[in-house]
Design a protein. Structure first.
Length: 739
């Protein structure tokens, strides 16, 4: 063969062989996930491996670095082809914008990179598909948790998963599993309340429902966050130091994470703050010790946003970013949410080259990340799967949002003011009375909540929802009653009404933007409340807030009070349905409503404390009444904690309306070498009863589960003595005498 031709043929044949070799040796489809992962790792360069550990905000690859989902292809190729980025997060837009954007960006990863490893995309869909213009907006978790209804949590999680997953958003940074002990903490509303048992059951239910396969071969990842101790900063301000004894961490803060990991949570996000003097991101005790070793978690651990850098800049716990990166990887992180900088990959490469981190340790993280991507079905289905998952229709989504709010809103007080009559002359006012933004709260299309014009068009406000139920609504835009004209306007309107419906609380905020120094309402709202009460007309307070702002000064004079938290797009209609009596409220407080500005405690306080509250945990009224009777316990003396105990009791609807009641069983361990709470929730169930209907409930317990508690090492201990079970106002004792 002519030599000149040979010159051209040889390289081409070589290229062809290489191409065939690579494309068929990426991994064998027939092999197991572990084999595929190992096969890929064996082919990856160090840079490609570290890229998989790097998560970048989409705002780094959009046109003009804006929020609009328009791809800057050059920036995207630089991130994916040069920095080998394996994950992106955050963005906001329509379904169509998400689908086209994610298809474009995923195509670069799948078709233009050497190994075609698909991207995994993270989003904060913490109360519905809240970064999708057409997304369902459910109540925030503090509201949902007051439903005490696991099935409701499962339904909202499943609908969110469908609406999210079909767009190609694989990784949801939810649920928040913090224990809301500190009413000042600005992320109080993102939690399921103050009780570890309630948070455990609702959090694990969310995880299980969210991670279900939404098609035969595609599922989603939830993210148990923020591990651990984030929710109880001493100052009450976001990301400030928490000092929580290890025994309390194990007993109160760990259970929701343990339950969520037992439910299969695929990922965990760390707490940005510091606990007991250690930034969590570099804490071997908390990450390696408690999460990896004690809980046995071998899934992906993600930092919170730019948190390796925060170890240097916020915590001063490392001299520079290289040291902080080493400490974080040594502690056990797998993915750095680097967000707006590409330094992480370069720093990690230098650390490996210096021998400060082994490539073996890098492989450990990459193994977890690739396993996650295989488990989700990303390699087979990297692109949006709108053809496989039908979009839930708007009516179904909206009705689900209304129902979620109806089941969760808490009737705190009702001096026969509610339900209101259809033709009552109602004065409606307050900051949230004609607002969609403040009913939906933050994390709605925008981090702090989008402006009114971007809120769901079909969503009513409380004003428009009430106008459908009542014939005489006089809506008054919140007057500035620091001015005489404002006061006159309000007083004139008060004269012309039979009843005032007043929305009070907090405008939407997020994270550190919600730091406050005083739990009282702001001055203008306090004046508004006082003026309304001084009119001697019945006043119905609608609390729209992320945390329990103090209403002690007005509570006694209020005719009725509803706690709605941030009730979501269905909130206005749900509130109107409750005010009109169409819906009988059934929510119960998932937290203690404080009476005082500086003294707050949880219901599971220690015997040496007093329990100060305006409304206690579990409080919530109905338009009917329920009576508990005939509490019976199967044994009053047991010698073996594995011997099941059963408790039965009757609940009767003694009123004239059908209604739902959440029964709660509490238990007290009367003597403990580590002081025991005066009571703790050990079971709850929501039942529906018609007037005069009685239901007998029978609940079985395993004493080894409910009688035990953790010591400072996380070991479970059970001590002999008396245990009292409480249901309503009834109690029964059982003695444990282990041999
Ligand atoms: C935030 C939050 C975290 C969220 C992340 C990505 O700072 O702390 O909960 O998932 O950034 O948006």
């Amino acid at each position: 063969m002519d030599k000149r031709i040979q010159i051209y043929i040889k390289p081409f044949v070589l290229f062809l062989l290489t191409f065939v070799l690579i494309s068929c040796t990426k991994y064998q489809n027939s092999s197991s996930t572990d084999q595929k992962v190992e096969s890929l790792i064996a082919q990856m360069t160090l840079e490609e491996k570290i890229g998989q550990m790097t998560q970048i905000c989409f705002s780094m690859i959009t046109e003009g670095r804006g929020k609009k989902l328009v791809l800057d292809k050059q920036a995207a190729r630089d991130a994916i082809l040069n920095h080998h980025v394996g994950s992106f997060l955050s963005g906001t837009g329509s379904e169509a914008e998400w689908i086209s954007f994610l298809t474009e960006v995923q195509r670069i990863a799948v078709e233009e990179t050497r190994l075609g490893i698909p991207l995994i995309i993270g989003i904060d869909h913490i109360h519905g598909a809240n970064y999708v213009n057409e997304g369902v907006i459910f109540p925030h978790n503090i509201t949902l948790s007051c439903s005490f209804d696991k099935d409701l949590i499962a339904e909202t999680a499943s609908l969110t998963a469908k609406q999210t997953g079909r767009l190609g958003l694989h990784w949801n940074f939810a649920p928040v599993l913090g224990i809301a002990k500190n009413p000042y903490w600005p992320r109080f509303y993102e939690t399921y309340g103050e009780d570890p048992y309630l948070c455990s059951l609702l959090g694990s239910t969310f995880v299980d429902a969210y991670q279900q396969n939404i098609t035969n071969n595609f599922s989603l990842a939830a993210c148990a966050k923020h591990f651990i101790g984030y929710s109880d900063p001493v100052s009450g301000w976001d990301r400030t130091p928490a000092y929580i004894p290890m025994q309390t961490l194990y007993e109160d803060f760990l259970p929701p994470f343990e339950a969520s990991l037992n439910a299969g949570a695929k990922t965990v996000m760390l707490n940005s703050g510091e606990v007991n003097g250690e930034p969590v991101h570099i804490s071997e005790t908390l990450v390696q010790g408690m999460l990896r070793n004690h809980l046995g978690f071998d899934g992906v651990i993600l930092t919170d946003i730019k948190d390796i850098l925060k170890v240097v800049e916020m915590h001063s716990a490392a001299a520079n970013e290289e040291e902080a990166t080493k400490l974080s990887i040594d502690a056990g992180i797998d993915v750095s949410m680097a967000c707006d900088a590409f330094r992480f990959p370069g720093i990690v490469k230098v650390l490996v080259q210096k021998g400060k981190i082994t490539e073996k340790r890098i492989d450990q993280s990459v193994r977890r990340i690739l396993k996650l991507k295989f488990d989700l079905g990303l390699f087979e289905h990297p692109y949006p799967i709108t053809d496989e998952i039908a979009r839930p229709d708007d009516a179904e989504l909206y009705q689900s949002a209304v129902k979620a709010a109806e089941e969760s809103i808490v009737l705190l007080k009702n001096d026969d003011a509610l339900p209101l009559t259809p033709n009552a002359r109602i004065l409606l006012t307050g900051f949230a009375a004609d607002s969609k933004k403040h009913m939906n709260g933050a994390w709605t299309f925008e981090w702090l909540g989008a402006e009114e014009e971007r809120q769901p068009e079909s969503m009513p406000t409380l004003k428009t929802a009430m106008q459908k139920k009542f014939t005489q609504i006089n809506y008054l835009e919140t007057p500035d009653i620091s001015s005489t004209s404002g006061v006159n306007e309000l007083e004139s309107a008060l004269k012309r009404c039979d009843v005032v419906v007043l929305t009070i609380g907090e405008k939407s905020y997020s994270e550190f933007k919600g730091n406050i120094n005083d739990l009282n309402l702001d001055e203008n709202q306090q004046r508004l409340c006082r003026t309304a009460i001084n009119s001697n007309k019945p006043v119905v307070f609608i609390l729209v807030e992320g945390r329990p702002r103090l209403i002690t000064d007005f509570e006694n004079d209020a005719s009725a009070i509803l706690f709605t938290g941030y009730p979501g797009m269905g909130g206005p209609e749900a509130i109107a349905n409750i005010l009109s009596g169409q819906i009988n409220p059934s929510g119960k407080l998932s937290f203690t409503y404080p009476r005082n500005v500086a003294h707050h405690s949880t219901y599971y306080h220690k015997p040496s404390e007093s329990y100060e509250f305006l409304y206690p945990f579990g409080h919530g009224l109905s338009y009917t009444q329920f009576e508990y009777s005939r509490l019976f316990i199967s044994d009053t003396l047991i010698h073996d904690v594995s011997q099941p105990l059963s408790i039965s009791f009757d609940v009767k609807n003694t009123g004239s309306k059908e209604g739902k009641e959440t029964i709660m069983i509490f238990m007290r361990d009367c003597v403990g070498t580590i002081t025991r709470p005066v009571k703790k929730l050990v079971y709850f169930e929501k039942i529906n009863l018609k007037p005069n209907e009685t239901e007998t409930l029978q609940v079985q317990f395993k004493p080894k589960n409910v009688f035990s508690y953790s010591n400072a090492s996380g070991d479970s201990r059970t001590e002999n003595g008396e245990f009292i079970f409480m249901v309503g106002t009834q109690e029964e004792s059982v003695w444990l005498k282990q041999k």
